[in-house]
Design a protein around this ligand. Structure first.
Ligand code: GLA
Length: 289
């Protein structure tokens, strides 16, 4: 059998999920495919990218999701690793599907990610991979994990551009930001409060086809992640600035955890000839036997 689980790009609402806030990701067409045979009681997965981290992830998903069957097969991915497009969440969700995990798969995969990497991540990436819908973004309220699908206007491109900067120190800095927020640090708290407002406004802008307003909100979000949450870098800032200076670009911002990685831009169709054009895609599914 074959299963597929997508990666995600977050359009707006970063560093809010673990604070019970709002996020607005899309599942994308790139992701992880697992091909093999169910049965027995062993889970054995090979991958060309297999390293220690990969085996830890496999073990953690098996432990957290309550596998109902063994599985022997191979894992392939079309996602660039370490770019911030949730390659690990996509692997976790694909494994959970392959081993026929029951119950709340996104929650189990979030626990698996925390267990395998030690990073106190939120649940956005796993929810996007499980619940994506073609043509839609997911407005997720992380205080209840309720999801509303919001249509993405058809006359825009969503383009992801890698800064060329690896996401250095992201795990320790991520944990540090989360601790600062929980300790009530004024600027960290202000980011979460204003970012939640921007997510609501952005969803409204998408629904009323106001792409110019959506673009402005992306820039405001980037500024808040840069100044209040301090997860941007000079390279990400310059990339956002140069993309926004390009004709036909409505807005751009860093996406995901920050500290390097990718920028997401909302543009008129065909405005950019760099990066990956991503489309809002459906969530994880079985592709066939
Ligand atoms: C990473 C985490 C997510 C989320 C983002 C920032 O992708 O895995 O849970 O916190 O960073 O929005």
């Amino acid at each position: 059998m074959r299963v597929f689980a997508p990666g995600r790009v977050n359009l707006i609402g970063d560093h809010t999920d673990y604070a019970g806030g709002l996020v607005l990701p899309i599942a994308i067409q790139l992701g992880t495919t697992i091909e093999g045979t169910r049965g027995g009681d062993r889970v054995e997965l090979t991958s060309v990218d297999a390293d220690e981290q990969f085996s830890r992830l496999v073990d953690a998903v098996v432990a957290e999701s309550g596998a109902t069957t063994g599985f022997v097969g191979s894992v392939t991915s079309t996602l660039p690793i370490g770019a911030g497009l949730s390659s690990s969440a996509s692997v976790e969700v694909a494994i959970a599907l392959a081993i026929d995990a029951r119950g709340d798969i996104a929650a189990a995969c979030q626990r698996a990610e925390q267990r395998a990497t030690g990073v106190p991540c939120g649940r956005m990436d796993q929810l996007a991979s499980v619940h994506g819908r073609a043509g839609h973004a997911l407005l997720i309220d992380c205080s209840t994990y309720s999801i509303r699908h919001v249509a993405v206007p058809s006359d825009v491109d969503i383009v992801v551009v890698h800064s060329g900067e690896p996401r250095a120190l992201s795990s320790s800095a991520y944990a540090e930001r989360r601790a600062q927020l929980e300790a009530g640090d004024t600027r960290r708290v202000r980011h979460v409060r204003t970012e939640n407002e921007r997510v609501v406004a952005f969803a409204d802008a998408l629904e009323s086809n106001d792409v110019a307003r959506a673009g402005e909100l992306m820039l405001e979000s980037h500024a808040s992640l840069r100044d209040d949450y301090e997860v941007s870098t000079a390279t990400l800032d310059e990339l956002v600035e140069s993309l926004c200076a390009t004709a036909g670009v409505h807005g751009a911002r860093l996406t995901g955890a920050g500290f390097g990685g990718c920028v997401v831009a909302l543009t008129e169709p065909g405005a950019l000839d760099v990066g990956w054009k991503v489309t809002a895609s459906s969530g994880a599914h079985v592709l066939g036997d």
